[in-house]
Design a protein around this ligand. Sequence first.
Ligand SMILES: [Zn+2]
Length: 400
Amino acid sequence: MKVRLKEKNNEYEFLTKKDTRFLGVRIPNQKGFWDISIKDGIFESITKSLKHNGGILTPKLADIHVHLDKTGTAKRIGKRAGTLFEAIDLMEKDKVNWNENDIYNRASKALNIAWEQGTGFIRTHIDWTTPEVPIAWHVIKELRVEWRGKIEIQLASLCPLDMLAEEVKKIAKIVKADNAILGGFIFRNFRLREKLKLVFEAAKTNDIELDFHVDEGLDKQANGFDTVIDLVKKFNMKNRVLCSHCCSLSIRENSKVSTVLKMAAETGVGLTCLPTTNLWLQDNAIGKTPRYRGLAPIMEAKDEGIPIMIASDNCEDAFYPFGNYNQISNFSIAVLAAQLDERLWFDSISSIPVNWMGAENNINKGSEANFLWYQANSLDELINKTEYKFEIWQKGRFIK
Ligand SMILES: [Zn+2]
């Protein structure tokens, strides 16, 4: 029995309190329009539709690279960083303020904002600069439990490679026990390969995944990515090692870059593109308009078959004073900065990072009906509009 038509212009209707039907919706990466029936919290049927303009229905979004420990500190830091290394210094100075309450409040606020904008999966890096477990690690572990069912949170250590290599046996055990990811910051380290090898050995021994900040600078000598790829092959860690930034690929010799990308695709390394921080910090000098934008060649990488993910990175901290955990906004920035065809890239903020995190969020018949609905009829409209109606649905029920 039809209970009520929810809204005249929106092509969806409530059939009973438990069952809903969306008519003539678009699903990113699928051609045409679709009628979708939901029954008892499950996608009951998904069929081609003759109707149009029913909005866009997408899976919950994923933000696979954020920094919940650093977030929300920009205002109290006050100063703006010109370069990545200035940002690292400013952030270090702010750490006198980092206690349980401070981190919990800032990270909670960020998670609320992310959730309200449709993010259902987050991987956060957490600064881990001395051998001791940082306070933020404990705090975000608590938040991981608190947010279960709304946002699935993964923790990744962010250790300077030199320290990590020395302490990796101990840190890797903790990371394993906490069901987390082992990560580090790599930039032209002395004896880089030797140190990274120790990290890979520990990851292999403990059966944990890796996630690196790699080559975040416009320096042709920054080629840590090449070593990571080589070690992924050597340690047989296909689809278990994610690299972020790789800015130097944007200025290295083309022929070398295409060889590296081929190797990365073959060995199964993932790549995360963080457009906001790169645009903000790369080629940044006072009084000079940037000429280089620091984005890894993600189009070429995707063409080779490398899984590409787009994420927020820093929000309101020393690395980037803006940012709002809105993955549609990050997607729009990536589309503009890298001149992407928005119709081909939406899975970089949805299914690719979700699958990389070992989860599933596909809109399939029989799957749990967790999804987002946008009142826009194409992705370009979604990017263009400054305001649109947006809904979150969980287990077939309207949440917000
Ligand atoms: Zn980062």
